[in-house]
Ligand binder design. Structure first.
Ligand code: G3P
Length: 218
C-alpha cells in the first residue's frame, strides 16, 4: 500500500519526505486555503519537493469550467492528478480530461456505486472518505472492501485512495480492506511510528547495555 500525505503545508511535507516512506501528496481546497498562498504557486512548490503524484482540486462545479481548471492545473507539472468531486458534472469532466490524457482523482466518494461510476469514467484514483462515512454511522472498512471487491471482479484499473483517515485503526482497516493508497494528515502519519512499549524497550536496551559497556567510560 502507498502512503500519501494529506497536506498543502511545505514544512509538514519536508519533514514527512525525510522518512522515505511518502509516495505522493493529496490536497483539497480547505488545505490549500489554510496556507493562504495561490493554489498554482503552492502546488508548484509541492511538486518541486516530491517525485510522487500530487492531487490538485478543481473549485468549479460545472464540467466545462472543471475541464478548463484541470487543464491549467495539469500544465503545472506531470505529477499533477486533478481532483474532481463525485458529481454528474465531475464525472463529465473526468471523461473529458481522460481524453486529454490527464489523470483524475474522484473525491468525496461515499458509496460503492459512486466508486463504480468513477471507475467507469476512467478515473485514475477514487477517494472514499473513510471517517466521514463513519461519522454518518456507516463502516469505512466495509465501503473499501466493497469497492475493492467490485474493482477486482470487473478488472477496473482505478486505484482506491483511502481518504479522511483520522486514527491508526482507520489506516489499518483501510489497508486490510484493500486500499491501494492511504492519504494521511501529518500528525496521524507521525503518530503511527509511536508506541509506549517501543519507547520503553529502547530505554531498557540502552540501560542494560550501558551497565556493561558504558559508552561514557569506554
Ligand atoms: O483528503 C480528504 C481529507 O482531507 C478529509 O478529511 O478528516 O476532514 O474528513 P476529514
Amino acid at each position: 500500500m502507498k502512503f500519501f500525505l494529506d497536506t498543502a503545508n511545505l514544512d509538514e511535507l519536508d519533514r514527512a519526505l525525510a522518512w522515505g516512506i511518502i509516495d505522493g501528496v493529496t490536497t483539497n481546497p480547505t488545505l490549500i486555503a489554510k496556507e493562504g498562498i495561490a493554489m498554482c504557486e503552492q502546488l508548484r512548490r509541492i511538486c518541486e519537493r516530491t517525485d510522487g503524484d500530487v492531487s490538485a482540486p478543481v473549485i468549479s462545479s460545472v464540467s466545462r469550467d472543471m475541464v478548463h481548471e484541470g487543464r491549467e492545473l495539469a500544465s503545472l507539472h506531470g505529477n499533477i492528478v486533478i481532483k474532481v468531486p463525485m458529481t454528474e458534472e465531475g464525472i463529465k469532466a473526468v471523461s473529458a480530461l481522460r481524453s486529454d490524457g490527464i489523470r483524475t482523482n474522484v473525491t468525496l466518494c461515499f458509496t460503492a456505486a459512486q466508486a463504480l461510476i468513477a471507475a467507469k469514467s476512467g478515473a485514475y484514483f477514487v477517494s472514499p472518505f473513510f471517517a466521514r462515512v463513519e461519522d454518518a454511522g456507516g463502516s469505512g472498512q466495509q465501503l473499501i472492501e466493497d469497492i475493492a471487491r467490485i474493482y477486482s471482479a470487473h478488472g477496473f484499473a482505478t486505484q482506491i485512495l483511502a481518504a479522511s483517515l483520522r486514527s491508526r485503526e482507520h489506516v489499518e482497516q483501510a489497508a486490510k480492506a484493500g486500499a491501494h493508497i492511504a492519504t494521511l494528515p501529518f500528525k496521524l502519519m507521525e503518530s503511527l511510528f509511536r508506541h509506549p512499549l517501543t519507547a520503553q524497550g529502547i530505554e531498557q536496551f540502552a540501560s542494560d547495555y550501558s551497565k556493561v559497556f558504558d559508552p561514557v567510560k569506554a
